[in-house]
Ligand binder design. Structure first.
Ligand SMILES: [Mg+2]
Length: 229
């Protein structure tokens, strides 16, 4: 099978800062930090790594396990509330690409995201993309590892339990998606719909302006479907 691992934020959807605002509100409530996220880039990073980065920048130390747990307990309700108020937009071309790939019998759709699993689920559900990622779909998450290459590896290992993989294609919007894919020997497609531009993403195997390009690329590469030979 051909496994696709999609990053979520900036690749499939825009959550309009719902996560960042939740981080700031919780870090203010729990640790008295004002503007905790100021100057910190979230794109491509895992939730636990962002917590540690904020702790290091604002308090000069790492967060303890108890502090991570307290943060996550508060994070999910805050994230869900922000998603409800701010809305979530599916990025142009994503619905088209997932609908096309979703009909291929040898394609498995999964995610590789820095979000913790419950956060990923909430974001996908808030814009209807959970239709493509149901039940025990393949995923690697920020709760698997704070290191992105490891969570991509976790997703690939889960897929291998279900069958042989012909190719793994990671799709993401940041340099971190590229390095994590490389570390796992995956093909990397970068899209310029998120936080990094085409110049920053030039080391990807392929760079697309949107995922509308993906079906034609897939058909050309794998010889499958109406675009293919
Ligand atoms: Mg992203």
């Amino acid at each position: 099978m051909i496994l696709y691992l999609f990053d979520i934020d900036g690749t499939l959807l825009h959550a309009h800062g719902a996560g960042r605002e939740a981080f700031d509100a919780i870090l203010l409530a729990q640790h008295g930090l004002t503007g905790a996220s100021e100057g910190i880039r979230y794109g491509g990073k895992t939730d636990p790594a962002i917590i540690d980065e904020i702790f290091a920048a604002r308090m000069g130390r790492a967060a303890t396990a108890a502090e991570h747990a307290a943060f996550l307990a508060a994070y999910l309700p805050a994230l869900r509330a922000n998603l409800e108020t701010g809305g979530v937009d599916v990025i142009e071309g994503v619905g088209f690409a997932l609908a096309w790939l979703g009909t291929r019998p040898d394609v498995v759709l999964g995610v590789a995201t820095g979000n913790v699993r419950a956060g990923a689920t909430a974001k996908l559900a808030a814009c209807g993309l959970d239709a493509w990622f149901k039940g025990d779909y393949i995923g690697g998450y920020g709760c698997d590892s704070r290191v992105r290459s490891e969570l991509v590896g976790a997703a690939i290992a889960r897929a291998r339990e279900r069958g042989a993989l012909r190719e793994v294609v990671v799709v993401g919007d940041t340099i971190h998606d590229i390095s994590a894919a490389r570390a796992n020997g995956a093909t990397i497609i970068a899209v310029t719909t998120g936080s990094d531009d085409a110049a920053a993403l030039a080391s990807a195997d392929f760079v697309f302006p949107s995922l509308r390009e993906l079906p034609a690329w897939h058909a050309a590469r794998f010889g499958d479907g109406p675009y293919g030979p």
